[in-house]
Design a protein. Sequence first.
Lengths: 185, 75
Amino acid sequence: MIYKTLRFGELDLLPNDVVTFPNGIFGFPELHRYCLVDPGEDTLIVWLQSLEDLGIAFPVLEPKIFKQNYIVRLSPVELKDLKLVNLASQSAAVFTILTIPQDVTQMSANLKAPLVVNLNEQVGKQVVLQENEYTLKHFMFKELKTHIVTIESSKLAQQASYRKNNSASLISLNGMTASTQVKQL
Amino acid sequence: MLVLTRKLGESIAIDDHIKIVVVQIKGKQVRLGIRAPKETKIHREEVYLAIQEQNQSAAYTSPDLLKDLSKAVKG
């Protein structure tokens, strides 16, 4: 099915490209269906595009890129909502929502409330973590820059294995790997 | 909403496992102690409001900002 998005033009989606957030995302309880889009900017940042309001898309980034020791601990209720019945055999991807002001060096990631996506079941949820050291506004421009400068462009292309070319493209959930530790509380 | 009156040191039990104690009353501030199983998530309500606000502003991010960012991280 074709969706005409505000930012990326037409996206042709297959049913297994869609992630469902049964409770929505905080502030957007009425929006449930999303897909992931790679804008082709080489920043490793991808977009979580709403399929119900085509003007809404969140810039998101996998936290391993700027915070290696990040762990997401989920309660039994959260695991159930995510249909994560077996953490050993199912894989879950973790994304943090980015806030990018005009001065891009002041960009921040929300480590307190990451998005967890069950890649097998295509179900997502924004969870709120209990840890006090995780903040809503974790500044990380420097870490992102260091990460991108350190790895050569060839390696970068290899690492972002789901990337196809330099224009905006849909990210297939099948091609994604889980890189952040997700544990039970 | 259920409303209960409690004195300093008194508590409220929720289910069998959650206990909320009035630890201190000082002017307009009340300090509460909460005992709950470790898998229970407990947050101040403001956290949810702050997350909502942040999501609201992130949802309308312009793609141009990402282009600027792309330049800045490579520069």
